[in-house]
Design a protein around this ligand. Structure first.
Ligand code: SF4
Length: 227
């Protein structure tokens, strides 16, 4: 029998049908020099020739032999991320006011809170993609994420229901001028609504935007206390 992805190890079979891609730590798209060195050392040790930064801000080591996967993760000092291999769940975040001159909010600190509070997001049967941008330039495309945030001087905007792929959609704004605590509170309610929809037969496996198109925004707005 041929090889396949090893999802329990977040290892994706490559086009050569022999080696695997695994995900190195790149939280919020930023790493310190020591982490970069550790990743490079691991790559050399296991014969990796190329690293790839993905659209989901992951750093992927390409070409790991199956028997080296566990040792490579150990060398990186991380465990395989749940849902990591196929990008079922992620946060894409821009540098915000930590590094970017245009940044209006601290996107990196906010995204860190999102990771700590919500990830991995359990019991949602479709993808959960979140984008956090520090200004209207929207460098991480929050309008095509299930939940998108844009930082402005007066606080956060939240959009819901965006997606790319075979059924592309733009998210709709459901709240403005939120401080970080309030934005997190609303996100928690959005995820609870999404989880509930994932448990219903009619909306199982559907992206948030598809669910909203089918059911209207009303139930979500009420669940979030916004109507
Ligand atoms: S979205 Fe705005 S703050 Fe973020 S990187 Fe782009 S220009 Fe900078």
């Amino acid at each position: 029998m041929g090889k396949d992805d090893i999802l329990s190890k977040a290892a994706v079979l490559q086009r050569d049908q022999e080696t695997y891609a695994i995900v190195a730590p790149l939280p919020n798209g930023v790493m310190d020099v020591a982490t970069a060195r550790r990743i490079a050392d691991t790559a050399e040790r296991f014969g990796v020739k190329h690293l790839k930064v993905t659209g989901a801000q992951r750093l992927v080591l390409l070409g790991i032999a199956e028997e080296d996967i566990d040792a490579a993760y150990e060398s990186l000092g991380v465990k395989p991320q749940q849902g990591g291999a196929l990008c079922q769940q992620y946060i894409k975040v821009c540098p915000g006011n930590s590094f970017c001159a245009r940044g209006q909010q601290d996107t990196l600190a906010f995204a860190q809170k999102v990771w700590e509070r919500f990830y991995p997001v359990p019991k949602i049967t479709a993808k959960v993609k979140i984008g956090v941008a520090g200004c209207y330039n929207s460098c991480v495309e929050p309008a095509i994420k299930d939940i998108g945030l844009i930082g402005l001087p007066g606080g956060w905007i939240i959009m819901v229901g965006g997606a790319g792929g075979k059924d592309p959609r733009l998210g709709e704004i459901i709240a403005r001028n939120l401080d970080s605590d309030r934005a997190l509170e609303i996100m928690e309610k959005i995820l609870k609504y999404y989880r509930g929809a994932s448990s219903r037969h009619q909306t199982r496996n559907q992206r948030l935007g598809v669910i909203l198109a089918r059911e209207g925004k009303g139930p979500l707005l009420r669940a979030c206390g916004l109507e």
